[in-house]
Ligand binder design. Sequence first.
Ligand code: GLU
Length: 315
Amino acid sequence: MTSAGRFAPSPSGELHVGNLRTAILAWLFARSGGRRFLLRVEDLDRARAGAEAEQLRDLAAIGVSWDGGVVRQTEREHLYDGAIAELTAAGLTYECFCTRREIQEAPSAPHAPLGAYPGTCRNLSGAEREAKRAARPPAVRLRSTVAEATVWDVLHGSYTGVVDDFVLRRNDGVTAYNLAVVVDDAAQGIDQVVRGDDLLPSTPRQAYLASLLNMPVPEYAHVPLVLNADGARLAKRDGAVTLADLALAGVGADQVRDTLLDSLGLPPGRLGDVLAAFDPAALPREPWVWPGVPGAHKGAHPGTGLRAGTDSRGA
Ligand code: GLU
């Protein structure tokens, strides 16, 4: 299978400029390495009707193109079932009946890292499990044999993080992101994962899970996020941050693309024409603060923002 990169949005709403900047980076990383670029809609959870179409439209508008059809996680449950069955057959899963509250209130296991599942249900007897099943459907957790794992990231270097008995399938039957992402990346031949660096802490769990399933661990590049003026992660409430809202404020998709490229130290233009200038080693390592559009919703920064209807670089 030829190597591939991907963008894997959750269709919970419109993409904002932070998501679009990550998508541009994923595209540039993949294409500059001669990879295919795939689009996977992560719709197992938090899907909103109509959001997928909006996201695909906006990606196309800024020039992020993808190969082949769009893959949706809700159409791939058989793959996740197969992976969980394989882990279960190897004794690497267990049923967990804990509520969120019970986990929060449980005393953490000695030496367990902060936030790790305390292992409450790890060693239940058959009779205990039977009794608990009557009260509550179980989640499925990984029976991890390590406490941490180390991954290598193009931008962060060596990164070590927690691997606990994380959830593979929730107790409402929904496959957990950490399992689906590993299974899909392997099944789709994805050997390079470029995404926001808020996901770096989950990556050791995913790499460990891939190794248990005899799947290759992809190359990772976790890219800095876009922040609002207060230094918090950019969100929809930060004003005109989607292509639709920016268009209403007089800022077109090409101008947004060029502004995002500029924030990456890259020249303006179509993504294919920018490829020659793309150098991962030269990418900014710090988050970027969205300048906003003067007069367009709250969060705008008079004087410093994008100007409606002008070339963002020349203005
Ligand atoms: N669907 C995830 C998100 O939108 C991204 C998952 C990934 O890139 O691994 O945050």
